[in-house]
Ligand binder design. Sequence first.
Ligand SMILES: Cc1cc2nc3c(=O)[nH]c(=O)nc-3n(C[C@H](O)[C@H](O)[C@H](O)COP(=O)(O)OP(=O)(O)OC[C@H]3O[C@@H](n4cnc5c(N)ncnc54)[C@H](O)[C@@H]3O)c2cc1C
Length: 289
Amino acid sequence: MYPEAFSYHAPSTVEEALALLERHGDDAKLLAGGHSLLPAMKLRLSGPTHIIDMKHLRGSLDYIRDEGDDVAIGALTTHRSLERSELLRGKLPVLAETAGCIGDMQVRNLGTLGGSVAHADPAGDLPAAVLALDAVLVAQGSGGTRTIAAGEFFHGFFETALEAGEILIELRIPTLAAGSGSSYQKFFHPASGYAVCGAAAVITPDASGNVASCRVALTGVSEGAYRATAVEEALVGKPFSEELAAAAAEHAADGIEPLEDYFADATYRGHLAKTFVKRALLTAWERSG
Ligand SMILES: Cc1cc2nc3c(=O)[nH]c(=O)nc-3n(C[C@H](O)[C@H](O)[C@H](O)COP(=O)(O)OP(=O)(O)OC[C@H]3O[C@@H](n4cnc5c(N)ncnc54)[C@H](O)[C@@H]3O)c2cc1C
């Protein structure tokens, strides 16, 4: 199926892209890797009359930089670059691990971190890792830049805190505390490969084997990725064990109405949430220390 007709723009700078966004308002869409937008346009779920292709911005928005306390990642960094980055594998391995679970090689070669996060697909993988890593997202608009904590970014079904006319330009991710372990565990949809349920966990032990801190986030289960704070609270300050992880994981869908579709009803998705959170916790703990 062909998309509706549109005018094509390929600005050279973020400022030019922002000016185009301002001029064309709701009629315009930014194009990053195109692996969510183009299918939606072909299915006529989205019909922008102006496409603002960011391909010439790769020079300025495609990078992974060690900035000491943070790792800064440009919004146009591809899933493949995340997956292969030695810096991430060393400092934020769960991000590389999550990116490696996305689609196939073609999707990972073109799809971008910024596109995935801005699109906020309820079954997208990276939002869970971004939440568990407590990232800070940097958005630029015509009035300048602002930062948004990951915990305030995802607003549900394809909705985020980004405002009209803003471009997500960077994610800043705090380096994990020494000894932390992390993991992303995914139940792949057998047809699409998207997450029916994906759980990301980051755990830091203290010297006596207790859980000093812990962040757990899920995708696929609800209308948007979310932090499972009840799981975190059930773990912190306690000596880690498989029994504790299982008991904490029982809270994976607390306060959530799990999604339902022909593949997985709400009960099944709730069950998957508990199972995959437990797996993520056990693996993260195994990798800690
Ligand atoms: C066959 C297939 C399998 C896939 N499997 C998976 C999977 O298993 N897991 C998964 O998570 N994803 C999967 N995807 C989606 C893929 O990860 C996409 O690349 C990603 O969701 C969107 O990134 P993109 O760069 O392609 O964005 P685009 O498609 O270009 O854009 C998506 C949306 O975000 C907006 N946008 C993009 N960049 C920015 C920005 N910097 N600032 C503001 N708005 C922006 C666009 O305007 C658009 O509305 C799959 C896609 C395909 C085609």
